[in-house]
Design a protein around this ligand. Structure first.
Ligand code: NAI
Length: 263
């Protein structure tokens, strides 16, 4: 078991979901967010930290073996907001990790780095990125930064292009992109436990019938998603009718929406 796992963005949706189940993956969970998190329980350390504050992030990463980097603005926003949390925050985290000798980062990327590919097109880790939003661009930056830190410094990263991680799929698009919380947890555990991962790009998606993304290149991990969106299909299709109304793009509404602050 690793000694200390830092989780950024631990006060958010996915952070809450993983807080209890991740115990057992590390002796100590260091939970951090810019917002207040409920006080630490046994086996936890809680640290409030703005990822845009370089000195604070340097301190945050000290004595950590691995990092699950969830902290970010998690949807489309103004460029100025994304600059702080997603661009500067991710840079600060990688620099702090390098200086602290962190071995591995699991970087919460997003499907919105490939969101302008049309619905139905099969993609893998080598497919061209086509971000559908400034948010998607900010995660492309994180993916590229992680590649630089692997090639230059040997700092391992798994870029997790998370689909839609909710209790259940919500609409026709998420029948393809759904990642069940259980599958997300098992993926994170596999990535923490793997002896070597190098630099990996992975799609965070359950075993959905109409998934567009392949993780065949990462078979060595032995991760097998257990859940599928099929049980939700009938209800969603009945509610939404024929596919014609949906977005043509894998990123859904983010691809068709304008840029925040621009007309
Ligand atoms: P969330 O928005 O609930 O949580 C993100 C957390 O990051 C929040 O608690 C927020 O306070 C924190 N944060 C924002 N700016 C910060 C800053 N400057 N310093 C420190 N912390 C800051 O998002 P969620 O759903 O938990 O997602 C976690 C990660 O996974 C995000 O990076 C998101 O982009 C990514 N992701 C999530 C998906 C999903 O289906 N939930 C899909 C694709 C990607």
């Amino acid at each position: 078991m690793i000694k200390r796992l830092l989780v950024t963005g631990a006060g958010g949706r996915l952070g809450h979901l993983l807080r209890e189940p991740l115990k057992g993956s590390a002796e100590i969970l260091r939970l951090s967010d810019i917002i207040d998190i409920s006080p630490s329980r046994p086996g936890e350390e809680v640290v409030r930290c703005d990822l845009a504050d370089r000195a604070a992030v340097d301190t945050l990463a000290r004595n950590c073996d691995m990092i699950l980097h969830l902290g970010a603005i998690s949807g489309e926003a103004s460029f100025d907001a994304l600059i702080q949390a997603n661009f500067l925050g991710t840079y600060n985290l990688y620099e702090a990790a390098r200086k602290a000798g962190v071995r591995r980062i699991l970087f919460a990327s997003t499907n919105h780095v490939i969101g302008f590919h049309p619905v139905g097109e099969g993609l893998d880790d080598r497919s061209e990125r086509r971000p559908d939003s400034l948010y998607g661009v900010s995660k492309c930056f994180g993916e590229d930064l992680s590649r630089l830190y692997y090639d230059k410094f040997g700092l391992e990263t798994a870029c997790l292009r998370i689909g839609s991680c909710f209790e259940a799929p919500k609409d026709r698009r998420t029948l393809s992109t759904w990642l069940s919380p259980r599958d997300f947890l098992s993926l994170v555990r596999k990535l923490i436990g793997a002896p070597v991962i190098g630099h990996l790009v992975l799609y965070g998606v359950s075993a959905n019938r109409d998934a567009w993304w392949s993780n065949a290149h990462a078979d060595f991990l032995g991760w097998e998603p257990q859940d599928t969106s099929e049980p939700y299909r009938e209800k969603i299709e009945r509610r939404e009718g024929q596919p014609a109304g949906g977005s043509h793009y894998q990123g859904g509404r983010l691809a068709t929406k304008g840029i925040v602050g621009k007309r």
